[in-house]
Write a protein that binds this ligand. Structure first.
Ligand code: ADP
Length: 477
């Protein structure tokens, strides 16, 4: 199955968002419906009960002898649309002392068997606070009644019984209206959700679609791409990352092409010499001279050196090279390297001077430190000026010893300094003395010193020369 067919099976942002919005709206509708059909009657009855209870509490808190008593009863009745009766009990006698009648029909004032009902509620009330009950036998237009009652003993010893009642009105008509309203609201909400989902998904998916198109170009090797992230932080960040990746890929591509060109050029020179001299010696036996043989040996050595350098760098960069630390004399190692280079180059007029600190010992990977010294000195000899002088210097600063290799060459332009440590980087296309170089030497230096956690650097002045240095921690004696 192709990628395209696979992708078709996966839902897009637009559809997903629409589904999520629809699910959200449905959830809202369900919550609304539960409130309207299940909780509404309960909430309504609860409100009636608490209104009746509040009225009885208010009346019971005022002494029946007080001046405000009657006014309070009427106010409570009109405030909550209640029918209220207050009775005075003396022995077996129950006498109504105040009556507030706000509903045309109520069970305590004009309902059937009201005396018996009042007596029963009086007995049920007991003397513990306010008693609330419901009487479900419907009156003509109501679904029943709510009663609240309370008994208190006045300061004069008489007992007062307050009874308040309220009709439970049928809420079917209200629920019917709400149901209709709910259907209309649901349809409107679903349409709104669809419209919002459409626009939001377009806004979200547009930059993703655009980036995908650009990424497809990138996949076929077109690095002239520009990712735009739209208005969202995440897509903007993604676009930034992709632009950076495209930039890096493009650099890598250029570097790879340059590398192949460099390597083929650098390998071709010794190979041409080797095959040329070998053919001559095959065809003209008198040409089999030690000098010609030496050229073949030297060129083979250059080839080996080049290939070894490449392998060493790939091992260092790939993290496969582990440090083999040992204690050794840095002074002796630097001196040996200087002597070796001096011996090799003296006949060509090179003057290698040294300025060493005696008895400096370090704990490091000796092979790598030697490699660093070789590469830095090799470069210094390769790039030094007409006076052909190179200086190697050691300086002790506290626990740290700095080794510097200076030459008197043309130096390195400041803008190129940050790149000379990059692999396969060369400041010019030519090599000053036709030496083999692939732009690997300083990369190996950088990787070897980084592996040691050592400081390193370069200072260079155009026309005056360059100084490459590195620092190693000194072993205490
Ligand atoms: P190469 O094999 O080309 O010398 P390096 O990695 O050793 O590779 O150096 C990278 C580049 O840095 C060189 O091509 C050269 O341009 C520059 N460079 C290195 N050492 C010196 C130096 N001592 N003087 C001037 N330029 C230098």
């Amino acid at each position: 199955m192709t990628q395209k067919q696979n992708n078709k099976k996966i839902t897009g942002i637009r559809t997903k968002l629409l589904i999520y919005m629809a699910a959200f709206v449905l959830l809202l509708i369900v919550i609304l419906a539960v409130f309207q059909f299940v909780l509404l009657p309960k909430i309504y009855k609860g409100t009636l009960r608490s209104q009746a209870k509040a009225a009885v509490n208010s009346i019971c808190s005022v002494n029946s002898d007080s001046e405000d008593f009657e006014i309070n009863v009427y106010e409570c009745a009109s405030k909550y649309k209640l029918c209220i009766s207050v009775y005075e009990i003396r022995g077996n006698l129950m006498r109504e002392i105040v009556q507030a009648h706000t509903q045309s029909v109520c069970l305590i004032h004009n309902g059937p068997n009201s005396d018996e009902l009042i007596k029963n509620i009086y007995l049920d009330t007991g003397d513990k606070g306010t008693y609330v009950t419901e009487y479900t036998a419907p009156m003509s237009s109501s679904e029943g009644s709510v009663f609240a009652s309370g008994r208190v003993i006045n300061s004069d010893g008489t007992e007062m019984f307050t009874l308040a009642t309220l009709d439970i009105q049928p809420i079917d008509a209200t629920v019917q209206t709400l149901r209709y309203e709910l259907i209309v609201v649901s349809i409107v909400m679903l349409i709104c959700a669809a419209v919002i989902a459409y626009f939001v998904s377009r806004k979200i998916s547009a930059p993703v679609v655009r980036m995908n198109d650009e990424a497809k170009k990138l996949a076929v090797g077109d690095y002239d791409v520009n990712f735009e992230g739209g208005d969202f932080r995440e897509t903007k960040e993604l676009a930034g990352t992709l632009n950076y990746a495209a930039d890096e890929l493009s650099k890598m591509d250029t570097m790879q092409k340059e590398l192949i060109a460099n390597i083929s050029h650098d390998l071709r020179t010794p190979l041409t010499l080797i095959s040329g001299y070998s053919e001559v010696m095959r065809d003209f036996p008198e040409e089999i001279t030690p000098e010609n043989m030496q050229i073949i040996i030297d060129e083979s050595a250059r080839l080996t050196g080049l290939v070894n350098d490449m392998l060493e760098l790939s091992r260092l960069e790939g993290g496969k090279r582990e440090l083999k630390r040992e204690d050794f004399s840095l002074t002796d190692t630097v001196l040996e390297t200087v002597k070796r280079f001096a011996g090799l180059t003296a006949k060509n007029g090179y003057a290698i001077s040294e300025d060493l600190v005696p008895d400096i010992y370090v704990n490091a990977d000796k092979t790598l430190v030697l490699q660093v010294l070789y590469n830095l000195m090799g470069n210094a000899i390769n790039y030094t000026g007409e006076d052909k002088s190179v200086n190697v210097k050691m300086e002790l600063n506290g626990d740290v010893c700095r080794v510097s290799v200076s030459d008197t060459g043309e130096g390195i332009p400041e803008e190129k300094l940050p790149y000379i440590w990059d692999r396969y980087y060369r400041t010019g296309d030519y090599h000053k003395r036709g030496e083999v170089g692939t732009g690997i030497g300083l990369s190996i230096v950088k990787n070897a010193l980084t592996l040691h956690g050592a400081q390193y650097g370069v200072s260079s002045t155009e026309g005056i020369g360059s100084t490459f240095w590195f620092e190693l921690n000194v072993l205490k004696k």
